[in-house]
Ligand binder design. Structure first.
Ligand SMILES: [Zn+2]
Length: 280
């Protein structure tokens, strides 16, 4: 599952390469759209909505508007190449190739790839909660949606894109750590939910630039006395995938658990410090 920052960066790269340009060829390598040709269509814009990528195209007549909707899921990626450039991923994993005179955009291993009428985008992303990286971000609405199910574990609520859109497993674990909240604690037990949501947004925003993703050097909670140089080059995360390693705040070994089975949602690993994040 990608994090919202990956999708945001992918959209920005695609927008920079394609917006305002006409497609000279299109190749959809999925059965449902294999015969679709968008040659001559112009890319208006590429925007992220939570973890969804929406590429909006303008056809020959003003009424012709289509959206190429993709979702990266676990393994997906969009890459930009010079025309005819050699791909860095195996050709058989390519699902979509869109070419302009200046660039080829290739979508590999996309979890979702479909083309819909732009007017029908709401059927795809209308259910999403406020987008943490979107222009219409509304923290009060996100909080209201999360609080509507007070018994749900906070770690599950944060991943539910109907509550707020953009958090994947990394930021879910890291934001809970920064707030000192055990991910399995019910929503009702979280002392300061607005701060938790605000931390998650800050972590996503801190990672929109180039470079390796990290939550440690950018986070507000860098422990006093822990020199930046010590964390740099060691862990880039507080707890994520740091099972058995010492907590960067208190030294207690970080633990791994599983969250989701009891609530019927997708089961995912959680990482937490049993001392800094006592179970509620
Ligand atoms: Zn700790």
């Amino acid at each position: 599952m990608p994090e919202g920052d990956s999708v945001f960066r992918a959209a920005a790269q695609l927008h920079a390469a394609l917006a305002g340009r006409q497609l000279i060829s299109s190749d959809f390598r999925v059965p449902r759209f294999a015969t679709l040709k968008l040659d001559g269509w112009t890319v208006d814009e590429v925007v992220p909505r939570g973890k969804h990528l929406l590429m909006r195209l303008q056809g020959p007549s003003p009424a012709d508007r289509l959206t190429v909707h993709s979702h990266l899921k676990m393994e997906g990626a969009w890459q930009i190449y010079p025309p005819g450039g050699r791909w860095r991923k195996p050709g058989f994993t390519a699902r979509c190739v869109l070419s302009t005179a200046a660039a080829d955009a290739v979508g590999f291993s996309l979890g979702i790839l479909e083309v819909i009428r732009t007017a029908e985008e709401d059927s795809i992303v209308g259910h999403l909660g406020p987008d943490l990286l979107g222009p219409d971000w509304d923290p009060a609405e996100a909080e209201r949606r999360i609080r509507a199910a007070p018994g749900v574990p906070i770690g599950v609520a944060l991943l539910d894109q109907r509550n707020l859109a953009g958090i994947g497993n990394i930021y879910r674990c890291e934001a809970c750590f920064l707030s000192g909240v055990h991910p399995a604690s019910p929503v009702s037990a979280v002392a300061d939910l607005p701060a938790l949501i605000s931390d998650a947004k800050a972590l996503l925003e801190a990672n929109l630039g180039p470079g390796r993703r990290t939550t440690v050097l950018n986070a507000r909670g860098l422990p006093a006395g822990l020199p930046m140089g010590r964390t740099a080059g060691r862990s880039t995360y507080w707890v994520y995938r740091r099972e058995h390693q010492p907590c960067l705040k208190c030294g207690t070994p970080v633990r791994r658990g599983v969250l989701g089975r009891a609530t019927g949602t997708e089961e995912r690993d959680i990482y937490f410090c049993p001392v800094c994040q006592p179970a509620a």
